[in-house]
Design a protein around this ligand. Sequence first.
Ligand code: NAP
Length: 284
Amino acid sequence: MALLLRGAPVAAALSEDVAARASTLAERGVTPTLAIVRVGERPDDLSYERGALKRCEKVGVAVRRLVFPDDVGQEVLLDAIRSVNEDASIHGCLIFRPLPTALDEAAVCAALDPAKDVDCVTDGSLYGVFSGRPVGFPPCTAEAVLALLDHYGVSLEGARAAVVGRSLVIGRPVSMMLLARNATVTMCHSRTRDLGAVCREADVLVVAAGRPGVVGLEAVRPGQVVVDVGINWDERSARLVGDVDYDAVSGVVDAITPVPGGVGSVTTAVLARHVVEAAERSCR
Ligand code: NAP
């Protein structure tokens, strides 16, 4: 059976470090503070918000919630983002997406100061991810993947990595972050020919396709580490499942993340770390 790469110990270790850094900031009179901008009451957003509030409270990060109705106007939302930018006591800002279709999401995200962009919604943060420069922050989920691999001592230097999915939120940033760690990265997507053969080549396989079962027995071999980022609701079993066929794959590979309880449990700890890092940068 594969080693189970649980997220909880990773989140605990990250939180310990973040709490120590937050308390150093507090000694200097700075309370690292996150603004959460939420439009509407989508259950997914509310659930993530609850987790973020709990995590932030635990590590000494303050949270201010800016909540708007579904029919909020574009200018009202842009004003809120501008006020976040101008408020020196706010260090990071999380904007829940997708925004209602009546809003221009790209314009709202672009209005945020990249220095406060703790979840990579601005072009500035994307530039940071692609260039390796300390501009903005990578997406929390993408960084959670790297934090998990690091915590369990998975060597990336010179490793062959395959990433299934090329979204700007997960696939592409994860690929860039693996590349920055000197892995040799293959990015896969819906048009990739013989996905199974490409995945089998990899030492480290990261799957973020939003398709349950997209990676099964044909895509794995012994010796691999598999990180399943997918979160899907399976009607048949009435439970959350990943993108990897866990039952088939876990008997073959060396290590695998569970869903739930894997990458998803690390993201709020990364979010808190980004807020503290943003506060530290603002004091330099
Ligand atoms: P997305 O924007 O829909 O992107 C999916 C990507 O997967 C696309 O690049 C797509 O290729 C590729 N893909 C789809 N079907 C494929 C197939 N059959 N074979 C190979 N590639 C395929 O999704 P996302 O936002 O990146 O999210 C991916 C998953 O992560 C979802 O399950 C989401 O719920 C989950 N997620 C988890 C967390 C967490 O905290 N664990 C956070 C956010 C999201 P094309 O580009 O060719 O269309």
